[in-house]
Design a protein around this ligand. Structure first.
Ligand SMILES: [Mg+2]
Length: 140
């Protein structure tokens, strides 16, 4: 029986993207913390597919594949507890995913968002952390 597809965006979800865009074939940064631990948990339940704006650009898919191999090896070398190796696929079209994880999307609730909310949207890695002395500090 086939597993439901979990679609992951690449930049800002798998790739930490701290250096910003350097070209479809250039992936300079490490994985977002916890990626490979997450994949260990998700892979038994989902078919993992990575779909990115890189997917259709020359060299982009190969660069993502190589990056995943290298980053997982690094994670294992640093003590990551990897079980049986799972497959990650790299479709060239947006897959019919059961659910997707993307740093630049919001969940549509049936209620259209305020345009100002969209205009001011910040992905998690660009959002300014709340300052330590702001009201509401203390939440973790
Ligand atoms: Mg992204």
């Amino acid at each position: 029986m086939s597993k439901p597809i979990l679609c992951l965006d690449f930049d800002g979800v798998c790739h930490s993207y701290t250096s910003g865009w350097k070209g479809a074939e250039v992936i300079p940064d490490d994985a977002v913390a916890g990626l490979f631990e997450f994949l260990e948990q998700a892979a038994p339940h989902f078919e993992i597919q990575v779909f990115s704006s890189r997917s259709l650009q020359p060299g982009g898919m190969k660069a993502m594949q190589v990056w995943f191999e290298q980053q997982r090896s690094k994670w294992l070398a640093e003590g990551g507890q990897g079980g049986e190796k799972y497959t990650i696929s790299f479709p060239t079209e947006k897959p019919a995913a059961f659910v997707s994880i993307d740093d630049r999307a919001i969940t549509f609730t049936g209620q259209w968002p305020e345009v100002d909310f969209l205009r001011n949207f910040q992905p998690w890695h660009k959002a300014r952390p709340p300052s330590a002395n702001s009201k509401g500090a203390g939440r973790s």
